[in-house]
Write a protein that binds this ligand. Structure first.
Ligand code: SF4
Length: 484
């Protein structure tokens, strides 16, 4: 297994020397390396935990579909549907995103039920090679947009059948992909999971990662018996070239491999400032600006929006002008558009069309403000290069990610409030989180601008443009909670 000396920071003085003479950073990394090795030796325990989560997940998505919908007097503690709603949307999803910021994709490698089932299914797979259409880099963007918009159309936060369709459907697809492609692999998670793109972005902020020491890797000598060790990296990470958290599921299986891989600490800014700029990733930029700051923000906002009502009225008047009044009350099955007459909750085709137009407008505004502002900053920093633009977009990850977490917290707070809990701290916490995220994005933007702009005037102008973009993004999220 791993030699700690080979993988811990080697340079003396890379941290403050502790009372026993070992820099604290080295001690921290030794502790992390040991933790990584413990994970590598604890496969059975991890698999056991995964099956437990699979069981909880199955209960939470299936049982609520078997009981009547809750009434106005039902609560978290006396109705399984309200309980599942609170657990899924109030705790689970915000918690998963927060865990990405803290621990990288540990959720994916250790706890995710969908990943565990896909990998298990892959054990009995046909073992086919992964076709090129699956490796298309646009899937994370398309998958996130598709599930976000479809989730709003069928009211996934409110109705258990909608949860079963979206989460259950995704899980079935993960199993099918596992049964066809690869062997003991997570082809679904690597290429097709609808939240893979978001997790890949947010995990860049984590202060821990599996660090690959390439010099140690190359120095490593074959064992005397000639048998090469093997790591079964389920999400197909090219280990020697691993430089960040985005593709790694933090499963720990590679810890100690070739005496070169170890769980280590790092600056939470490292991946975005040092790694993310090496190769432009247009699909990631699209996901940050159009997906998180556009569609996701719109999805949290549309139900209370006067603009959505205006769009709906305009569409209705247009239909009347066309003599197609009968379309005004047209509804569709619940698995296409929300349709629960017994709850007085029916989304007509006009409502649905207004939702799509609203989200389209929100996304177009996000593109103009955030992509336009970042492009301006890139042009001010240096003679135009698209690499600079895509690198600067990465600095928006904290404000985009925290905004989505706060958007999800709206469900947490409204359910908690409905059940009589005191939510007085919600607003101060939101303000603190949003301010912290904006400052974090600004710090990243400053560091990235400094990498690309040599001239001090250019630095100041580009920095000011990025402050404007970040401020607008923060203000946009703030309007979810505080109306001006
Ligand atoms: S690189 Fe692969 S094997 Fe190593 S921790 Fe990440 S997911 Fe696991």
């Amino acid at each position: 297994m791993v030699s700690h000396a080979a993988t811990a920071p080697e340079a003396p003085g890379d941290g403050v020397t502790s009372s026993v003479g070992i820099p604290w950073r080295t001690r921290l990394d030794l502790a992390f390396a040991a933790l990584g090795e413990r994970m590598a030796r604890s496969r059975r325990l991890i698999v056991g935990v995964q099956w437990a989560v699979v069981g909880i997940y199955a209960v939470l998505i299936v049982v609520p579909t078997l009981v009547p919908l809750p009434g106005r007097l039902d609560h978290v503690w006396n109705h399984v549907t309200v309980f599942a709603q609170f657990v899924f949307w109030g705790i689970w999803w915000p918690g998963v995103l927060i865990s990405m910021i803290l621990f990288g994709r540990l959720w994916c490698g250790v706890l995710c039920p969908e990943g565990a089932l896909s990998e298990r299914a892959s054990r009995f797979s046909l073992g086919r090679a992964v076709p090129r259409w699956i490796t298309w880099k646009g899937w994370p963007f398309v998958g996130f947009l598709g599930t976000t918009i479809y989730g709003q159309m069928i009211s996934v936060y409110q109705y258990p059948a909608a949860v079963l369709v979206i989460l259950g459907g995704s899980t079935c697809a993960a199993i099918v992909v596992g049964l066809v492609y690869g062997r003991d692999k997570r082809v679904w998670c690597r290429y097709l999971c609808p939240v893979n793109g978001v997790f890949a972005l947010v995990s860049k902020l984590a202060p821990i990662h599996f660090r690959v020491d390439r010099a140690a890797w190359d120095r490593w000598e074959k064992p005397a018996d000639g048998r090469l060790p093997h790591v079964d990296c389920a999400p197909l990470v090219p280990l020697r070239r691993l430089e960040g958290n985005s593709p790694c599921h933090m499963c720990g299986r590679c810890s100690g491999f070739r005496d070169a891989v170890a769980l280590s600490s790092r600056s939470p800014n490292h991946e975005i400032v040092e790694v993310a700029g090496r190769e432009p990733k247009p699909w990631e930029s699209a996901l940050i600006i159009l997906g998180l700051l556009g569609v996701a923000a719109g999805a949290f906002r549309w139900t209370g929006s006067a603009l959505w009502v205006d769009i709906k009225q305009a569409l209705a008047e247009h239909l009347i002008d066309l003599g197609a009044e009968r379309l005004l009350d047209l509804s569709l099955p619940w698995w296409i558009l929300t349709n629960y007459p017994e709850k007085n909750d029916v989304m007509t085709v006009v409502d649905g069309a207004a939702l799509i137009v609203f989200l389209g407008l929100e996304t177009a505004i996000a593109a103009i403000l955030f992509a336009g502002g970042t492009a301006l900053a890139a042009a001010l920093a240096a003679p135009w290069r698209r690499e600079v633009f895509h690198h600067l977009v990465q600095t928006l990850i904290p404000i985009a990610a925290v905004g989505v977490i706060l958007g999800l917290s709206m469900t947490t707070v409204s359910l908690a409030r409905a059940d009589g809990f005191d939510v007085a701290l919600a607003d101060p916490l939101r303000l603190t989180a949003l301010t912290g995220a904006a400052i974090w994005s600004a710090v990243l933007a400053r560091a990235v601008v400094r990498r690309h702009a040599v001239d001090p005037t250019r630095r100041r102008l580009a920095g000011a443009a990025m402050i404007g973009v970040i401020g607008l993004a923060a203000a946009d999220w703030a309007t979810l909670f505080w109306t001006p």
